[in-house]
Write a protein that binds this ligand. Structure first.
Ligand SMILES: NC(=O)c1ccc[n+]([C@@H]2O[C@H](COP(=O)([O-])OP(=O)(O)OC[C@H]3O[C@@H](n4cnc5c(N)ncnc54)[C@H](OP(=O)(O)O)[C@@H]3O)[C@@H](O)[C@H]2O)c1
Length: 270
């Protein structure tokens, strides 16, 4: 799809990747409906984006959040939905309360699935439409210390593939982009220190936004950002025991940084 024809609903617009996407999409000539929870940050972003742009502040995990956005998106005449809103989820699974696990699963999986379902009828009326789901390398390389987050992102990947196959005879394309770490506020200090110690590379949000724009334009359905992540995603698919063994060697480091996260949370509470 040409960006000049795109009418894009972008969730998580005020975040690191969201803001980079909003700026690049606007620069490419797309019309935007930006959404996130914080109205002041949304307004600031809308004022600084160069092009037609409207905003809706809503919590997508609230009872009426998805319905409010879907109604606004229909009115806007959206033909592209970018499911980008997400939250991080670093911590040992046994130490995460159910409330935290549920928030991770809801925000990263249930919300994009619900929003896609709510928007599909109107997307199908467009001559061409695209749903872009922002996953994660952890959706293909499930990682110790990220059990609920990996589960949500693996679910989003499977949802994207199944829906793409189901809509193959329609004008709606389903794209899944799986970035590795990105330099954004989603990653706590503990995660940034873990990535540095493990040698996990991190990309600038602008680079990842460029990959997402290319996927909207050229229709490539699956993108895993970065090497060696592409190789490990493939390896995990055909020989997961090898990846089990590789990650076993990193477990002590992951547990140490997860412990730092717990201590930091306790300090904030006290
Ligand atoms: N950063 C990474 O290392 C990384 C790696 C791979 C994949 N990803 C994925 O990339 C996407 C963007 O992440 P990011 O790094 O840009 O994160 P970020 O900077 O923390 O931004 C997250 C965005 O989501 C919005 N959001 C969070 N909870 C929401 C809710 N309940 N309702 C509505 N909006 C909500 C936030 O805005 P408000 O707080 O105002 O609502 C913000 O705009 C996510 O799907 C993430 O999983 C990130």
């Amino acid at each position: 799809m040409l960006l000049t024809d795109a009418r894009v609903v972008l969730t998580g617009a005020t975040g690191g990747l969201g803001e980079a996407l909003a700026r690049k999409l606007a620069k490419g000539g797309a019309s935007l409906l930006l959404t996130a929870r914080d109205p002041a940050r949304l307004e600031r972003l809308a004022c600084s984006v160069n092009g037609p742009c409207s905003v809706l502040a809503t919590d997508l995990t609230a009872t009426d959040g998805v319905d409010r956005l879907a109604a606004a998106a229909r009115h806007f005449g959206a033909n592209v939905l970018v499911n980008n809103a997400g939250i991080g989820g670093f911590g040992l699974f046994e130490e995460q309360g159910w409330g935290e696990v549920e928030r991770i699963l809801t925000t990263n999986l249930a919300v994009p699935v619900r929003l896609t379902q709510a928007l599909l009828p109107s997307l199908r009326t467009q001559p061409a439409a695209v749903v872009v789901n922002i996953g994660s390398a952890f959706g293909s390389i499930p990682f110790a210390g990220f059990a609920a987050y990996s589960a949500a992102k693996a679910g989003l990947r499977a949802f994207s593939q199944a829906l793409r196959r189901e809509l193959a005879d329609t004008g709606v394309r389903v794209v899944h982009v799986a970035p590795r770490a990105i330099d954004t506020a989603l990653n706590s200090l503990a995660v940034r220190q873990l990535n540095a110690e493990l040698g996990n590379a991190s990309d600038a949000p602008e680079e990842v936004a460029g990959v997402v724009l290319a996927a909207i334009e050229d229709g490539c359905a699956e993108r895993v950002v970065g090497q060696p992540e592409r190789l490990f995603a493939w390896l995990n698919g055909c020989a997961p025991a090898l990846v089990d063994r590789g990650l076993r060697g990193k477990l002590a480091t992951i547990k140490r940084h997860a412990g730092d996260r717990t201590i930091a949370a306790e300090l904030i509470q006290s």
